[in-house]
Ligand binder design. Structure first.
Ligand code: SF4
Ligand code: SF4
Ligand code: SF4
Length: 249
């Protein structure tokens, strides 16, 4: 099932934060108190109430001039989501059949939120303190089911945010990469192998953000994943052993 995908062209992103505000507005999320911590980026990080964050990073380029990198960060809606691997209840995180959106349910309250956080290679899910609820981008699935664009895509004034069928987004992303390569020889396109969010970067993704690109392998916890994957077949084997033993006796 290919479903839907985003193509986010950071090369034409101006850091206007229209997408960030639209996400708050559509999801009726409260504003986050901001502070001056020496960056134009605000708020400082994703949170239970901030599903989309335009990250700002600045470096000194040629002629000592500052170069800005804007990175609209959000859940990548992984095709095989590692966060789902971290749950005991298979219905705690579900995948929407039409779009492929990875959706968190109330059942997550009973799961280990720290495990779910650690399993995400992109550092996305956030926990509400005191309740155990977890939240992140929903792909605006209720809008998409009704033929509308996600709120962040609808609001983007520059064409940096794009959304549609997975194949058409992949094609758009590859075409755009080939167009920009003469001007940006280090341009990188990410996500085509395993995600539903493709990013085009003018430069090395790590200059935009630590988790702009990541291996789909969970961060340093392969053993846990392996154990969880082994646990269910082992339980089933024990049940089968009991049944066969009963028949034989
Ligand atoms: S980016 Fe993280 S939270 Fe989103 S689906 Fe992938 S693993 Fe889950
Ligand atoms: S798709 Fe919807 S929930 Fe996700 S970042 Fe965009 S506006 Fe927010
Ligand atoms: S609305 Fe578009 S241009 Fe503005 S910050 Fe978001 S992605 Fe960038």
């Amino acid at each position: 099932m290919k479903g839907k995908a985003f193509f986010i062209d950071t090369i034409v992103c101006t850091g206007c934060r229209g997408c960030q505000i639209a996400c708050k507005q559509w999801n009726q999320l409260p504003a986050t108190k901001t502070e001056n911590y020496g960056s134009f980026q605000n708020p400082k990080d994703l949170s239970f109430y901030t599903y989309k964050l335009v990250r700002f990073s600045e470096e000194i380029g040629d002629n000592n001039r500052p170069v800005w990198h804007f990175f609209p960060d959000q859940c990548r809606h992984c095709i095989e989501p590692p966060c789902k691997e971290a749950t005991e209840d298979p219905n705690a995180i579900i995948i929407d059949e039409l779009t492929g959106a990875v959706l968190y349910t109330e059942k997550l309250k009973k799961e280990n939120s720290q495990d779910i956080r650690e399993f995400c290679p992109y550092d996305i899910p956030r926990v509400q303190s005191g309740t155990g609820y977890m939240a992140k981008c929903t792909m605006c699935v209720e809008r998409v089911h009704n033929g509308l664009l996600p709120a962040c895509v609808k609001t983007c004034p520059t064409g940096a945010m794009n959304f549609g069928d997975w194949d058409s987004m992949a094609e758009m992303a590859k075409k755009r990469l080939s167009e920009v390569q003469s001007k940006f020889p280090n341009a990188v396109l990410t996500g085509l192998d395993d995600l539903r969010v493709f990013y085009l970067f003018a430069d090395e993704p790590s200059t935009y953000h630590k988790y702009a690109m990541s291996s789909i392998t969970p961060r340093g916890i392969d053993r846990k994943t392996a154990l969880k994957k082994i646990a269910n077949p082992l339980k089933e084997l024990a049940k089968e052993w009991q049944i066969l033993n009963k028949i034989a006796s």
